[in-house]
Design a protein around this ligand. Sequence first.
Ligand code: ARG
Length: 452
Amino acid sequence: MTLWSGGRFDETPADIAWRYTVDHSDRRLLAIDVAGSLAHAAMLHERGLLSDEDHDAIVAGLQQILAAARDGSFEWLDTDEDVHSAVERRLVELVGEPGRRLHTGRSRNDQIALDLRLYLREACDLQAGRLAAFASDLAAQAETHAATIVPFYTHLQQAQAVPLGHHLLAHAWAAVRSRSRFLDLRSRLDVSPLGAGAGGGTSLQLDPASPARDLGFSGVFPNSIDAVGARDLVAEFAWCCAQAMVDVSRLAEELVLWASSEFGWVTFPDAFTTGSSAMPQKKNPDLAELARGRSAGVIGDLVALLALQKGLPLAYNRDLQEDKRHVFGADDVLAGTLEALTAMIAAAEFAPPPPDAWVTALDLAEALVERGVPFRDAHHAVGRLVAGLIAGGRTLVDATAADLVGADERFTPGDVSRIDPASSVAARRSPGGGSVESVHRQVAALRDALGS
Ligand code: ARG
């Protein structure tokens, strides 16, 4: 029995039409949908549109459905078109006639818009929490490795010496921004669309502010067509997920590289790696590879949600039913990825080898700059030194005071100490730069930003 049969429809839908129409992906909205219905029923009662008895019966029935939703015992039928139809069907089974009054002044169009906002509001909080845990674990490793020297890379070539903690914190700060995007979106979600009806409003004297208040929204829709037809916030949520996944995929890629024997920066306990069915010696960083791979699907979810809206006439069209699989998909993948990688980061054992011999070339040039030499001249002087060393089959760590002074007389013998990566890091002073103090300052600032 559909919600619309018995009126103008003589026939029930053909099997093939029904199978193509129904959506089961929204079943996870069951408890949320019932919460919205309770708030709607309370408002109808306040406005005199539901008698005390009808309201009491509806509340009792909805509470029963809510309990079944919570303990997983709710029985879905093949004839339930979507979550809203299932709740109404069950309510009428439980309480009879009063259940048929619940949909007064409401449409599934404003109902699903409400359910999505309620779902996304909670999802934003949960993702923000996971991102905070992820950033905190990175910060803890950064603290441990505040003085572990690694090269940082540009063009995947070793560039300068930095603490490993500085590099890990770069990923942590990206997570902090991802978190703030979810929290920022939450403020835009804070507007209830319930009361917009099918999209044009209603002649009934509803009070949309009442369910909005009950459900913890700060505001009520200003335009009923926008309230039911817009899905920008759904796409924004997917973008928040996609950008977070893309950020995580960059760390994942580095973990894969760092775990290789070529890099040898990190090892993971057996519990966080997988073996090969063929090669007995292999220990693979599959979690990181999957995180990198799954980001592809979340980018796809975002693209699908944008494409779903493109050129769609206002207001509600059934196309919009397709938004849920992408929202839930993006939400689930990001949740699982953050949980797995947070644990993987906590378990990682970092022991990187020293950087290449050349990573302090810029520090040498800066020694001359401190003496008033124009940077371009200092750059050339160190370039000459590098060329001479390469020609002689040597590297920067082999350079002597004589080599330095030979390349530019403004070098002093003491400048040889600048070649050591540890003194390079110790001498770094620029705010936010790669020094040990900076790592500690950043960890404190990051914990402050997370309120932890
Ligand atoms: N299941 C539908 C969706 O998710 C609910 C709204 C259906 N509205 C309608 N007029 N058919 O979009």
